[in-house]
Design a protein around this ligand. Structure first.
Ligand code: PMP
Length: 419
């Protein structure tokens, strides 16, 4: 076996985990899909920011001005990282969930939304509050996904606005969705498309203009930055025309008493329209720092080493008859370093607990906020997407900070536990 290049330094790799047998072992974080450990460089960048600590867009003082500059520069860094078009907006939010909920409030009146049942709940649920939603059945190949979307859009009334929401990489299977083809299908039928890139940006370069998606949403805490900040980037027109997501200071140009005893508001039309309140400047700065760090390390290099680790993992799991890897798209599907499986005769929660207690490995078990998809793939839905039963699975996920030893330890653990 060839040695995999060194990972990028991340937080948490020196934490000692007490094992059930009384010994200790360094923690192996294999749950990047939930939250990736922050890059050490991002952490150091945030510490280096400390001297500039000041409120953004609020103070006239020197530090406030510097802080505002860093915040706005972070916006430009993110726009560059995502390959945004010149007139796209970059809105700092709390998370992917927040970004998609923001977009849901910004839909034009009478809008329809098309979404596959396979989506993360953050991408499946926000739309029902503000639009008519069509939920499409899970496609079993990327080609079938495009065909299903095409058919659904062809049947729609094109005088209405429409939005397609789709994931770039599944948080359950890690499988890649055919984003450029889905975007082309959406645009052929006069619809817009938003990409849920929560599981894509940490693993592969995302170029908004090249993919031709209208918006992209992601979370900092999955992109090697700390919690609490996310991004919605893309077309300005719907965002500018919508009521501000939050009503408050910082999103207004002018507020005055009106003649009837109330107040009138003139809202900002730039990126700050939906950012009322004191913004999370440290979170935005950390995301920009992560963008720089990944760009400097080279996505091709990072994705290459991730695929080597993934290849070893899938080959090892493939040799274990009791292990079934969950896949929507089947043979030949491309995935990032995210993979879920069930072990015959093993409850997934017990399996995940054994990985932690006996091997110091952190994974996730459960339904991963994608209940319909996990039900479908574990065979617990009886074909109708509604069933209960033994649904949960184990998910292992990794990325730029994962050393070879963590994957090797995981493979040894699964071999021993599922022998
Ligand atoms: N979409 C996908 C594909 C995800 O994996 C997640 C997080 N698991 C989300 C959306 C929601 O992200 P957040 O919890 O950061 O809002």
């Amino acid at each position: 076996d060839v040695t995999v290049p060194a990972p990028l330094p991340v937080l948490g790799t020196d934490v000692a985990v007490p094992l059930a047998d009384g010994t200790e072992i360094p923690y192996a974080a294999l749950d990047y899909a939930a939250s990736a450990p922050a890059l050490r460089r991002v952490w150091d960048d945030v510490a280096a920011y400390a001297p500039y600590y000041g409120s953004v867009h609020r103070g006239a003082g020197h530090l406030s001005r510097l802080s505002t500059d860093l915040f706005e520069e972070s916006r430009r860094t993110v726009a560059g990282f995502l390959g945004c078009r010149e007139d796209d907006q970059v809105v700092f939010t709390r998370s992917t969930t927040d970004s998609l909920n923001l977009l849901a409030t910004a839909l034009p009146a009478g809008c329809e939304v098309f979404v596959f049942e396979t989506e993360h709940h953050a991408a499946l649920l926000p739309w029902g509050r503000t639009a008519d939603v069509t939920v499409l059945d899970a496609p079993r190949t990327p080609v079938a996904a495009v065909a299903a979307l095409e058919a659904a859009l062809a049947a729609r009334d094109e005088t209405r606005h429409a939005l397609v929401c789709v994931t770039g990489a599944s948080n359950v299977t890690g499988e890649l969705w055919p984003v450029p083809e889905l975007a082309a299908a959406a645009h052929r039928h006069g619809a817009r498309i938003v990409l849920d890139a929560a599981q894509l940006v940490p693993h592969l370069p995302v170029d908004v203009a090249a993919l031709d998606v209208d918006w992209v949403a992601f979370s900092g805490h999955k992109l090697y930055a700390p919690f609490g900040a996310g991004v919605l980037a893309g077309r300005a027109d719907w965002l500018r025309a919508a009521e501000p997501y939050l009503a408050g200071g910082g999103a207004t140009r002018r507020v005055a008493r009106d003649g009837d005893g109330g107040v009138t508001v003139d809202w900002n039309t730039d990126d700050s329209r939906h950012e009322a309140g004191s913004p999370n400047v440290i979170g935005a700065y950390a995301i920009a720092s992560a963008c720089r760090a990944l760009t400097d390390a080279g996505f091709e290099h990072l994705a290459g080493r991730e695929q080597v680790l993934l290849g070893r993992l899938t080959a090892a799991l493939g040799e274990l008859p009791r292990v079934r890897v969950l896949s929507l798209f089947g043979e030949g599907a491309h995935r990032v370093g995210v993979l879920s499986f069930v072990v015959d005769g093993y409850d997934s929660a017990d399996f995940a607990a054994a990985l932690s207690d006996r091997y110091g490995i952190g994974v996730r078990d459960g339904l991963f906020c994608a209940h319909p998809l996990v039900r479908l793939l574990t065979g617990a839905d009886g074909g109708d997407g509604c069933g209960e039963g033994p649904l949960n699975a184990v998910r292992v996920s990794f990325g730029a900070g994962t050393p070879q030893e963590h994957v090797e330890r995981f493979v040894r653990a699964v071999r021993e536990l599922a022998a």
